[in-house]
Design a protein around this ligand. Structure first.
Ligand code: SF4
Ligand code: SF4
Ligand code: SF4
Length: 213
């Protein structure tokens, strides 16, 4: 019995759709490979999404050199395909959200773009307040305001005091029997600058910035 694929036109369509499927699978594979090494890194302000960023960034170091705070470093050899791309490690040095964002201005490839976002209430923010490097997370096992088996809870608000947007990106809230206020990140307003992580007095930070996924 003749299969539909015996007809040249249908065979062509079949191979075309197979090709499309294959191309789709390859693209998906490349994307997942990039994602498996990329999103763990925190990027400079205004960075494109990870796949686009890895494609656009030529590893020219211009953003790294433009940063007056030395906040950006080159990703190490363990970063795979991201080797040599700019990254932020807030515990070592956070982003100070310079008013003019010179790192972005220095990028000749537009791998970093002037940040502009629309908030949930419809207002548009741009510049430093619109930076979304990542989002801070409180680690209860390390944050001094939480009781653990090893310690009693104590008052601390270093992260809130360091935050450039207190009340918008992070706040203090009492919500358990300890009656001690705990830091609570407001994800929508958090820039991921890492000033909170940098300023936390515990040996292992009680608040850390993770990639926004
Ligand atoms: S905003 Fe300023 S501190 Fe932050 S990475 Fe850019 S140049 Fe460095
Ligand atoms: S600075 Fe660290 S220990 Fe202090 S409240 Fe913030 S996360 Fe907790
Ligand atoms: S909560 Fe932390 S990471 Fe978020 S804006 Fe404030 S200081 Fe920056």
């Amino acid at each position: 019995m003749n299969s539909k694929l015996d007809q040249p036109h249908d065979r062509g369509s079949f191979f075309k759709s197979l090709g499309t499927l294959f191309a789709g699978l390859v693209a998906e594979k490349i994307e997942s490979t990039f994602e498996s090494i990329g999103p763990k890194l925190l990027r400079p302000p205004g960075a494109l999404n990870e796949l686009a960023f890895l494609t656009a960034c030529t590893r020219c170091d211009k953003c790294i050199q433009a940063c007056p705070q030395s906040s950006l470093t080159r990703a190490p050899a363990t970063s795979g395909l991201a080797l040599g791309t700019p990254q932020l490690t807030p515990r070592t040095m956070p982003c100070f959200l310079c008013e003019t964002l010179p790192c972005i201005a220095a990028c000749p490839e537009n791998a970093l773009e002037w940040p502009k976002i629309k908030t949930e209430n419809g207002t548009v923010k741009e510049g430093p307040e619109a930076v979304r490097i990542g989002v801070a997370h409180v680690k209860k096992s390390r944050c001094l305001t939480f009781e653990t088996i090893a310690r009693t809870a104590e008052r601390c608000r270093a992260c809130v005091d360091r935050c450039p947007y207190p009340g918008k990106a992070i706040t203090l809230r009492i919500y358990d029997h300890s009656r001690i206020p705990h830091p609570e990140v407001i994800e929508e307003g958090c820039t991921g600058c890492g000033l909170c992580e940098f300023g936390c007095p515990t040996p292992q930070p009680g608040i850390i910035v993770r990639n926004r996924l």
